[in-house]
Each structure stands twice: as structure tokens, then as C-alpha cells.
Design a protein around this ligand. Structure first.
Ligand SMILES: NC(=O)c1ccc[n+]([C@@H]2O[C@H](COP(=O)([O-])OP(=O)(O)OC[C@H]3O[C@@H](n4cnc5c(N)ncnc54)[C@H](O)[C@@H]3O)[C@@H](O)[C@H]2O)c1
Ligand SMILES: N[C@@H](CCC=O)C(=O)O
Length: 547
């Protein structure tokens, strides 16, 4: 039955999800603690693949280890095999027609409902899964799994409404021009990272919102929280087949999907290395495809703070501690290279920075006093400790931290390295851990240092400029125009909020399609122009042809 649309509806005004603070004695803290306790008693959970709305238990089992306590695992999940991935793709293609044809208002309503479920009924469960499985503390889980995820869904609806409203400004007499925003022909493959539950939800969610069908391969290290997100979307009304949940061995699942003739787009967030590999694999398959695939990828960073001699020291210090060490430095936006003017460094910054860093408590996130939890797993732990060793070998001086303890969980102390070589390995390569390398520049070399920042790393994701001198801010802004897709003045380089700072970087950091903005939706539609003529021709000849 076709559904009549008997009005031009307006979606409700949206706002950011209000955040709770989890202070001692607050009801939200009690609720979260109770959910954590309950979940710890119930785990390990079992996670199936979900294809066409049906749970598929392949029997090929893998575990999501708990990073705070590696003897335990949060869930056992069934890895998709070749037949499951094939069914997921065919099922998605079969679901496509009806989903795309659903009136926009109904698609919008489903995602608005999903946002309510995230911020309400499932808030604590999603947060607890993110804390236990991905090692976030309560506040980091709140800003990710509760706030950012519901913001992605709500603001997504607003942005799509704005996109659909973009129509040609002119109509010739007797005609009407329109543009419709078709979903892509084929299916979208979403491949998500471990570090944000919200990104897990947004990678399949954004393409689905504009009518696409999606095969979603979550990160092995975020399987359980991402499965909850899948269940929320299903409960909100995303029909079976529209989003297919296929955890599995990453290279195999992804290779099968991008080898399919109806592969229409990759929506990826993760490391630069994997993204480049997938881009090359897609290029190698180009002749197989029905259409040119869209490739959207947000990847790594080597993010900076530059502290000018005019900066307010206290603010710069505290923003630096948060920017570098919150969530153990495992945000793509995390501060990693710090450039401080020598008068500021010696005039209080160094002492305050080292004192504040030394105050950081590291340990399991069920203890709310821990500012930092574990890093995500064994490979991450070894890689980060390896970088600290490489920095030492290259003459870097460890000012604080430098040690780790992997006896029970993967804990690394917040580490500050002082280098005299601004191009040393920890100033150039993404570490993705709680390590800040500092380079002190002469006050008179501010502009030279800006050039250094611009050409030291292949990445260009986030960066912050700390100065009270307006001229210094403007000079840095101009010189660093291409060094970061998100730039901050007197504020840390992490913590972009949907609806406030569209997020993404260029150069090796990604395609900069700006998650959390209208722009991202343009990548998952293929516009069709329609011209309707109301007045027939009376003669094929032009007036100029007439005698
Ligand atoms: N720019 C951004 O918006 C943003 C946001 C979050 C994370 N990141 C980046 O993500 C990285 C951390 O996340 P991660 O460790 O999950 O990244 P990752 O590249 O290891 O994994 C990302 C996804 O790719 C899959 N994958 C890994 N190897 C693969 C292969 N050979 N073939 C196919 N798929 C494969 C993983 O299973 C996962 O689903 C960091 O580099 C970080 O900077 C970027
Ligand atoms: N919204 C986040 C994105 C981080 C990616 O890992 C931030 O800016 O901190």
C-alpha cells in the first residue's frame, strides 16, 4: 500500500542531550553504579550476528576482553562467516526498496525515538558497556555513549531535513524544478572503531537515515556496546535488513563486502593505515562495481597545542592535561605534541603541568576516582610502551610517568616526554595512548614554530592555540590553516560536540566530511534533478527561424 503524505511536516527543534555529572550522591551515579554491578554479575554476554532481524550464531566464537581485567571478557561473539556476510548483503539489498520509499517523516521519527532510548531507557546500560568493554570512566562514557550518540541521531534528523529542503532557486515560466536526494544504489559498508560507541552508531546510522541499507562491521573491541546500539535502533523501528550487524574477522568481512558489485560506499572511522589499504582495495575492484563507490573515512591524528608567551598559564596547563590524558589519549583528537614558549615553560607552566599530571589516578573505571582507565588491549599496550622506549632511546627525557602495569589490566601512567628534536618519532607518529611529547621553543621563534607544526606530521586533525594576544592567535590561525580540521582557541583539542563543532580532519586524517554536520549526509545520497513542464510546445522552430 502506498502511504499518502498529507502535509509537509516539520521535525521538532533539537538540542544537545543534557549531560549528567555523576557527582557523589547523585541519583545518576547510583543508577550507573547499580547497572555496573548488575552487568558484572551477568557477564560474559553472548552476541550473535543479526541478519534480516534474525540472530545468527555461527559458532565461530571470539571474545571481547575487558581491558581493566584481561582474565575476564565482557562478551563472546559469533563471527560472521562467508555465508552470513553474503546473506547480510543480499538481505540488505532486498530491504532497500521499502526503506527508501518510507516517507521521510517516518524515518526521522525512528531516529528521534532511537535518541530517546539512548538518553533514557538504555543510558546506563550503554554507558556501563562502554566503561567495562572500552575502559572509559563515567564522564567519558556519558559524553560518548549517552550524549554524543543521541546527538548524532537527533541532529542527523535536523540536518537531513535541511538537506531535503535544498531546492533549485529558479523555475522557468511554466515549469517546476525539483531535486530529490536518492539513497545510493547498492549498500553501504560501515566499519567502526573501538574508541567511541557514538561513532559505532553514527557510521551505520547516518547513511540509513537518508534511506540507505547498511552492512555494519563493528570493532572487535567494542562489540557489546555496539550490539546494544544495534538493538536500540531495532527497537526504535529500523526494519529488519536495513542495518545488518556482522561482527567478524575484519579483513575477511570487509574484503567480501567491498568485493561485491553492489558495494556503493564505505563509511569508515579508524586508523590511517587500514583506511589507505581499503581505499586501494576498492580501487583495485573498480571495474566490478555498478557505480563509483563513495569513500568516507575519518582517521588518525597527531594533534597539537601551541602555547604562546601571552597564554594564561593555568588554563593552558589544565586544558593540556585533559586534552592529552582523558580516555588515556585514545581519542583521535587527543593532544600528542605540545609546543611551549620558553618563558612560559620556565615561568610556571612546567611546574604546574608536571604537578597536575602526577595527580592523575589510574585504575579500573568502576572506581569513579580514577581519571584514567586502561588502554584498550594487549597490542595497544605494547605499542604505546614501545613508543616510550623509542623516545628514551632517541634522547627524550621522561619528565613524568613512563611506566605501565599489565599484570591485571592494561594500565599506563600518563607520560610526558621532553624532546630537543621536534621531529623525533613521538612528535610525528600517532601513538594513541597517554603520552605527550613537549618541545620548548624560543619566544622569538613563534612563527618558525608554527611552520614546524604545519610540516612535522602527515596528519591534520585537531589543534589548539593558547594566547591572549589577538595578533598571535590570528598569525597562528593563518599559518596553521591546513594543519587541523578542528582548531580551538584557549581550549583543549578534544571534545567536539555534534551540532557545535562539525568534526574531521584532512591530509592523512581523512576525507574531512565532517561527522555531526549536514555535509556528511551529502556523501550518502545521489541527487536526481526533476524538471516538470506545464505548458506544451506549439512549434519546434525558434522565433529566430521564422520569416
Ligand atoms: N578522525 C576521526 O574522526 C576518528 C575517530 C575515532 C577514531 N579514529 C582513529 O581510529 C583509530 C583507533 O581506532 P581502531 O583501533 O579501532 O582503528 P583500526 O583501524 O584498528 O580499526 C578500525 C576498524 O577497521 C577494522 N579493521 C582493522 N583492520 C582491518 C583490515 N585489515 N581490513 C578491514 N578492516 C579492518 C577494525 O576491525 C575496526 O572495525 C585511531 O587511528 C584514531 O585516530 C579517528
Ligand atoms: N568528538 C570527539 C571525536 C573523537 C574521536 O575519537 C572529540 O572531538 O573528542
Amino acid at each position: 500500500m502506498t502511504t499518502p503524505q498529507l502535509a509537509s511536516f516539520k521535525v521538532p527543534v533539537v538540542d544537545n542531550e543534557p549531560m549528567m555529572n555523576y557527582a557523589v550522591g547523585s541519583p545518576e551515579r547510583r543508577n550507573l553504579e547499580a547497572t555496573l554491578r548488575q552487568m558484572e554479575q551477568e557477564l560474559p554476554f553472548e552476541v550473535p550476528c543479526v541478519v534480516n532481524g534474525k540472530e545468527i550464531k555461527t559458532g565461530r566464537l571470539a571474545k571481547q576482553v575487558m581491558p581493566s581485567d584481561h582474565a575476564r571478557h565482557l562478551c563472546t561473539y559469533h563471527e560472521a562467516d562467508e555465508a552470513t556476510v553474503a546473506d547480510a548483503i543480499e538481505g540488505a539489498l532486498a530491504a532497500k526498496g521499502e526503506w527508501e520509499a518510507l516517507p521521510w517523516n517516518d524515518r526521522a521519527a525512528i531516529f528521534l525515538r532511537a535518541a530517546e532510548l539512548v538518553g533514557g531507557k538504555y543510558r546506563y546500560r550503554l554507558m556501563a558497556a562502554t566503561m567495562l568493554g572500552q575502559g572509559k570512566n563515567a564522564w567519558q562514557a556519558e559524553i560518548d555513549a549517552a550524549a554524543e550518540l543521541s546527538d548524532f541521531f537527533r541532529f542527523g534528523v535536523k540536518y537531513v531535513e535541511e538537506l531535503y529542503a535544498q531546492q533549485p532557486p529558479k523555475n522557468a515560466p511554466g515549469s517546476w524544478n525539483r531535486v530529490e536526494y536518492r539513497a545510493l544504489e547498492g549498500f553501504v559498508l560501515a566499519v567502526s572503531p573501538f574508541n567511541f560507541t557514538a561513532i559505532g552508531g553514527n557510521l551505520p546510522g547516518a547513511p540509513a537515515l537518508v534511506g540507505n541499507v547498511v552492512v555494519w562491521k563493528p570493532s572487535p573491541a567494542a562489540t557489546y556496546s555496539n550490539y546494544l546500539v544495534y538493538q536500540i535502533l531495532a527497537e526504535a523501528g529500523v526494519p529488519p535488513g536495513v542495518i545488518q550487524f556482522v561482527p567478524g574477522p575484519p579483513p575477511e568481512v570487509v574484503a567480501q563486502a567491498i568485493g561485491h558489485p553492489n558495494f556503493a560506499a564505505l563509511h569508515f572511522t579508524g586508523s590511517t593505515f587500514v583506511f589507505k589499504k581499503l581505499w586501494k582495495d576498492i580501487a583495485a575492484n573498480l571495474d566490478k562495481y555498478k557505480t563509483y563507490p563513495r569513500i568516507v573515512g575519518e582517521t588518525g591524528g597527531k594533534n597539537f597545542h601551541i602555547i604562546h608567551k601571552s597564554a594564561e598559564i593555568r588554563n593552558a596547563v589544565l586544558q593540556t592535561v585533559r586534552g592529552g590524558f582523558e580516555y588515556q589519549g585514545q581519542k583521535c583528537s587527543a593532544l600528542s605534541r605540545l609546543y611551549v614558549s620558553s618563558s612560559t615553560w620556565n615561568g610556571g607552566f612546567k611546574d604546574q603541568f608536571l604537578t597536575e599530571t602526577a595527580k592523575i589516578k589510574v585504575g579500573p573505571v568502576q572506581d569513579f576516582t580514577h581519571f584514567m582507565g586502561p588502554v584498550i588491549g594487549r597490542p595497544a599496550y605494547d605499542r604505546i610502551m614501545g613508543y616510550i622506549e623509542k623516545a628514551k632511546a632517541a634522547g627524550g627525557e621522561i619528565l613524568v610517568g613512563g611506566s605501565g602495569d599489565d599484570s591485571k589490566g592494561f594500565f599506563i601512567q600518563p607520560t610526558v616526554i621532553l624532546t630537543k628534536d621536534p621531529r623525533s618519532v613521538t612528535m610525528t607518529e600517532e601513538i594513541f595512548g597517554p603520552v605527550i611529547t613537549v618541545y620548548i621553543y624560543d619566544d622569538t621563534d613563534f612563527e618558525k614554530t608554527l611552520e614546524l607544526i604545519d610540516n612535522t606530521s602527515a596528519y591534520a586533525l585537531t589543534g589548539s592555540i593558547f594566547a591572549t594576544d589577538r595578533k598571535a592567535l590570528l598569525t597562528a590561525t593563518n599559518k596553521l590553516r591546513n594543519a587541523a580540521g578542528n582548531v580551538y582557541y584557549n581550549e583543549k583539542c578534544t571534545g567536539a560536540v555534534v551540532g557545535q563543532q562539525p568534526f574531521g580532519g584532512a591530509r592523512a586524517s581523512g576525507t574531512n566530511d565532517k561527522a555531526g554536520s549536514i555535509n556528511i549526509f551529502t556523501r550518502f545520497v545521489s541527487a536526481r534533478s526533476i524538471k516538470e513542464n506545464f505548458v506544451g510546445l506549439e512549434d519546434f522552430r525558434y522565433p529566430s527561424n521564422m520569416i
